[in-house]
Design a protein around this ligand. Structure first.
Ligand code: URA
Ligand code: CA
Length: 440
């Protein structure tokens, strides 16, 4: 088969066969198809779309370009994936809680790039914590303890690596079949049988309208169902950072504060909601209500915090951070950002806040950048809050005074005020399962 004929078929809006799609995925993984031809097909897919059958074939073909794991964890391996947020530390809150309820959370996580943080980078701010472990080791931890969070060890869906890099530079990221196959090929390869997708909506989210967000979520649930996986998609808000802390050690601290019962708020609420979907998807609990009750109990009793300690210890980290968060890296300059004016906090540019933390050193601009675990931003105000002039909007944790100054300006620019009371956005908009959509 000639790859040019595959490009031509999609250019003309035709449906591709499984063989044509297999050639594409293999050619992307093994390098036998040049970048310009891959890019051309990516644009044809972006413009003409794919049927559910084609998207499903593409997902499976991409998954099969690398290792396919089938870990024995003593239960149904469950994973959660977020399409990318700011202050989005749900994994560190929910993995131990779900494990404390009997779930088996095998999370292969990524590093941060752009304005979103990566769970692996956050975990590495814990002294001694190892995020690259041999497969038998982390599978053993999930079997014994119930959760492990590690970086990708083997080559999972290598076709995606090449295609994603090309999409980034050819304006073909925002394609539902391409996003859905990219995310799910990696999840299928990692051996997850139950998958909860946290699809973000709002400033800096992957899709710019609710209709497209719902369509992406629905496509991923459909692919999962066809592949015999339990996939539940949750549409949640990114109109503001989810937690109040943005930065690596800062986000670990917020997760510990929540598990210790010292902190609440939106991060806790969304973590419990996603955790409940994980317990349902992996058949530990029969329904959302019983799952939420189990999770609340695990939080209340401290069982979740004890699980986090066990996981940190099993991965070589210093679990004393759970009792004393001052053992986490601390920034030398801690300075408030006072409000120039009063009013109601009406809008936040979430991506800009993520970028401000990144510029302070909390994230990478290029793959080679080294992260500063201690720095970041703690938001003191949330959407809808009333602010008086001079009141602290946020607290900066900076390496230098200069970077604090730049970040203060960026934080102020990212916030908009109104004189009339502003509404707080919804936290969770909808849940999509194989049985349909539930709007909240
Ligand atoms: N995350 C992915 O892994 N792939 C995409 O295409 C988009 C977000
Ligand atoms: Ca993330």
């Amino acid at each position: 088969m000639d790859f040019l004929s595959v490009i031509t078929a999609k250019k003309l809006g035709q449906e591709l066969s499984a063989d044509q799609i297999g050639l594409f995925a293999r050619g992307a993984a093994d390098g036998s198809i040049p970048d310009y031809q891959l890019a051309s097909l990516l644009m044809a897919i972006r413009l003409n779309g794919m049927t559910p059958r084609e998207t499903n074939d593409l997902t499976m073909a991409m998954a099969r370009t690398g290792d396919m794991l089938s870990p024995e964890v003593g239960g149904i391996p469950v994973d959660k994936h977020s399409t990318g947020g700011v202050g989005d530390t749900t994994t560190l809150v929910l993995a131990p809680l779900v494990a404390a309820c009997g779930g088996k959370v095998l999370k292969m996580s990524g590093r941060g790039l752009g304005h979103t943080g990566g769970t692996i980078d956050k975990l590495e701010s814990i002294p001694g914590m190892r995020v690259s472990l041999p497969e038998e080791k982390f599978v053993g931890i999930v079997r014994d303890i119930g959760c492990a969070v590690v970086g990708q060890s083997r080559e999972l869906a290598p076709a995606d690596k090449r295609l994603y890099a090309l999409r980034d530079v050819t304006s073909t990221v925002d394609s539902i079949p391409l996003i859905a196959s990219s995310i799910l090929s990696k999840k299928f390869a990692s051996g997850a049988r139950a998958i909860v997708l946290d699809v973000k909506f709002g400033s800096g989210a992957i899709m710019d309208t609710m209709d497209k967000t719902l369509a992406l979520a629905q496509a991923m649930v459909d692919i999962g169902t066809l592949a015999g996986r339990q996939v539940i998609a949750v549409i949640s808000s990114m109109e503001e950072p989810l937690g109040t802390h943005i930065g690596n050690a800062l986000e670990v601290k917020e997760a510990i504060d929540i598990l210790s019962g010292r902190a609440g708020g939106d991060l806790k609420e969304v973590s419990l909601f996603l955790g409940a979907q994980m317990l349902v998807a992996s058949k530990v609990c029969p329904d959302e209500q019983s799952a939420l009750a189990r999770l609340a109990e695990a939080l209340e009793s401290g069982a979740g915090l004890r699980k986090l300690k066990e996981m940190i210890r099993a991965q070589g980290g210093d679990d004393r951070v759970c009792d004393d968060v001052s053992l986490l890296p601390q920034a030398p300059f801690i300075v408030p950002v006072p409000a120039d004016r009063g009013g109601y906090l009406a809008r936040m540019d979430t991506a800009a806040l993520g970028n401000a933390a990144q510029a302070m050193g909390a994230g990478r601009r290029t793959k080679e950048d080294v992260i500063d675990p201690a720095v970041g931003i703690v938001m003191n105000k949330r959407l809808g809050d009333r602010v008086s002039p001079g009141e602290a909007l946020a607290t900066l944790h900076a390496r230098t005074e200069e970077s604090a100054g730049l970040a203060a300006d960026a934080v102020k620019r990212a916030l908009s005020f109104s004189d009339a009371p502003a509404e707080k956005p919804k936290l969770v908009y909808a849940v999509i399962t194989r049985d349909g959509i539930r709007k909240l």
